[in-house]
Ligand binder design. Structure first.
Ligand code: FDA
Length: 582
């Protein structure tokens, strides 16, 4: 007779979404099991750009330093180059990923963390090792087959691929983090918008010492405009640095209607040769695989006790580097809610806020990533390179920009403009950090009645901090004795935090008397934390005695400008609303 394995949360998948869900749940003490289909974690680099918001999540989960130690640092990421091949002509560059001086300052002001380049095959072990060390039970070569759910839980049927038999896991909740072909999302009948298979792409992982062409313009990405580069793919040929400067990944397109090419080593080498442009450099192809560009997002991320996260609910090309980042952030949003529902502190209605908050983000990033592909076309257009033509014609068009003619001057200007416009893909700080959850749409936010401040500058390019309910708590450097820390370091670790200042004693007393754990943080002269630079006073948008209640995931749950005898009542009422009066 087969045994039914029991747990609180079953997670399908050990990619960025599943691994970080496991890590957060285990950090919060929630029993969980991960089943994952293959015998190992990701064996190719895949995702790499890791943005500040994700680094904040990893900081709270205690693995930031491990990631920093292994990642390529931000200053080696930033010269996104457009060229005819690595050895060929350079057409222009974009200072990227926070390396443009003004944007760099914005990065420093926005967060205690730094963006970095952490390839997925290095990131997954960090997340999974920490999750397992904290209690996650992980089963490789175990494949989710199906599930049923009832009022009390979910029963999943899983195949042990090593033994070949199936067994059941009974969980109170199921998280489908099983990627872009999610069976869990399909079985849960999550409503999807958009379409799959918009274009065809191949990835080729290879080793070659390319320092000769890269060390003087260090970058994560080198885009190649060459014959065939507009067919399928992600806008142009891409040579992406995995480890500076000898491990690489190429993304090259194919016509999705004609089907993927036969991925022989000879074919892969020919693509590498074309994009590198120097046949004297020894190249070792490690692997190649075909995938499609998708433009699909789920309208709902949950059905009953089944929740999906990551590529299962947002499927899009790697442009802007948002997939793994958003997957980790989905998991972080869901984990604390599951914890509070499972320990009886919150009503299950709290879980409805997961879709309300994350589905708009998913839709936005799917749209953004696909738009970024289309926004590469003007670079080709500036070189008269969009229409079908012979390689010789394309090279002649590209060479024409060097002429001393009025037409060539116009062409140069058009090219500069088209390349500069790519900041929306390579330096979109607002896309990374401006997530604001709808104060009137999510049960996990208590509106404070103030109007939406909107954005003073382009919300995709520029981060704008806000303490309005639904916004991420602004970062400011504060001190505690001789220690300097971020306001973000006072929050998290699975609990609510109440931030107040001098005169906010009533809030502190009220926080102590709540059923849900709320840590009170007082910032001001002579208090537990001080604000010597005045940064916090500028950013908090409330007077000293007001209060911000911050959720475990760092988003502001409520904001009150005043204090007084009613603080206890207000906090109890607001906490009740948040936890849906469990
Ligand atoms: P992911 O696909 O990573 O993981 C799914 C997991 O589920 C796997 O462990 C799989 O084995 C498992 N699984 C599937 N079916 C199962 C079943 N039936 N039973 C058990 N287990 C099952 N993103 C980013 O943020 N920055 C970037 O720079 C890039 N760059 C990039 C480059 C390239 C070339 C690609 C192809 C992709 C990117 N991405 C990216 C995207 C990123 O790789 C992607 O968004 C994340 O891997 C998604 O993480 P998930 O955990 O959701 O799915």
């Amino acid at each position: 007779m087969s045994t039914v394995v029991e747990t609180d949360v079953l997670i399908v998948g050990s990619g960025p979404a599943g691994a970080s869900a496991a890590l957060a749940l285990s950090t919060y003490g929630v029993p969980n099991i991960v089943v994952t289909r293959y015998a190992s974690l990701a064996d190719t680099p895949r995702a790499h750009i890791t943005n500040q918001r994700t680094m904040e999540v990893l900081r709270d989960l205690g693995v930031e330093q491990e990631v920093v130690a292994q990642a390529t640092p931000q200053h080696l990421m930033g010269n996104t180059t457009f060229c005819t091949s690595l050895a060929g002509e350079e057409l222009g560059r974009v200072r990227s990923w926070g390396n443009e001086p003004l944007v760099q300052a914005e990065h420093e002001l926005a967060s205690p963390t730094r963006m970095c380049d952490m390839p997925q095959h290095l990131m997954e072990p960090v997340l999974v090792n920490a999750a397992v060390a904290r209690g996650t039970r992980l089963r490789f070569q175990n494949e989710y087959l199906s599930h049923t759910q009832d009022a009390d839980g979910v029963t999943a049927t899983v195949r042990d691929r090593l033994r070949g038999d199936t067994y059941e896991i009974r969980a109170k909740y199921l998280i489908g983090a099983d990627g872009g072909r999610s069976r869990v999302a399909a079985d849960a009948r999550l409503p999807m918008g958009g379409q799959m298979g918009v274009a065809g792409s191949i990835s080729i992982v290879f080793e070659a010492d390319l320092s000769k062409y890269t060390a003087h313009r260090p970058s994560t990405l080198y885009w190649v405009l060459a014959p065939g580069a507009t067919v399928g793919g992600i806008g142009a040929g891409l040579v992406r640095c995995v480890r500076p400067w000898n491990e690489w990944l190429i993304v090259w397109g194919y016509d999705v209607n004609a089907g993927a090419p036969d991925l022989t080593t000879e074919y892969a080498e020919s693509v590498v040769r074309q994009l590198v442009g120097d046949d004297d450099i020894p190249v070792t192809v490690r692997s190649s695989s075909a995938w499609t560009v998708n433009e699909m997002y789920a309208e709902s991320y949950a059905n009953g006790r089944v929740f999906c996260a990551g590529d299962a609910v947002h499927r899009h090309p790697p442009s802007n580097g948002l997939g793994s980042n958003t997957s980790i952030q989905d998991a972080y949003n869901l984990a604390w809610k599951l914890k509070l529902v499972l320990d009886g502190t919150a009503h299950p209605k709290l879980l409805d806020s997961y879709t309300a908050e994350r589905a708009p983000v998913g839709r936005q990033i799917v749209t953004r990533a696909n738009r970024s592909i289309r926004e590469t076309a003007p670079v080709f257009e500036a070189l008269d390179g969009l229409s079908p033509q012979t390689p010789e014609q394309l090279w002649a068009n590209i060479a024409a920009r060097k002429d001393a003619t009025e037409a060539a001057e116009k062409q140069r200007a058009k090219l500069r403009e088209a390349i500069a416009f790519k900041v929306y893909e390579f330096n979109a700080h607002g896309v990374d950090l401006n997530q604001r959850y709808p104060a009137d749409g999510s049960a996990a936010i208590v509106p404070d009645g103030t109007p939406d401040p909107g954005f003073a500058r382009d919300p995709e390019l520029y981060h704008q901090p806000s303490s309005r309910p639904g916004a991420r708590l602004p970062h400011a450097w504060i001190t505690s004795g001789t220690r300097t820390l971020s306001t973000l370091d006072t929050i998290g670790r699975g609990r609510f935090t109440l931030l107040t200042g001098i005169g906010g004693e009533a809030w502190v007393r009220a926080a102590e008397g709540q059923e849900v754990e709320i840590t009170a943080v007082v910032i001001g002269p002579g208090q537990q934390y001080e604000d010597p630079y005045g940064d916090w006073a500028r950013l908090r948008e409330i007077p000293d005695a007001g209060a911000l209640l911050v959720r475990p995931d760092g988003f502001v749950a409520f904001r009150h400008a005043g204090a007084g005898p009613e603080a206890g009542k207000l906090l109890a009422e607001d906490a009740g609303k948040l936890l849906a009066d469990a």
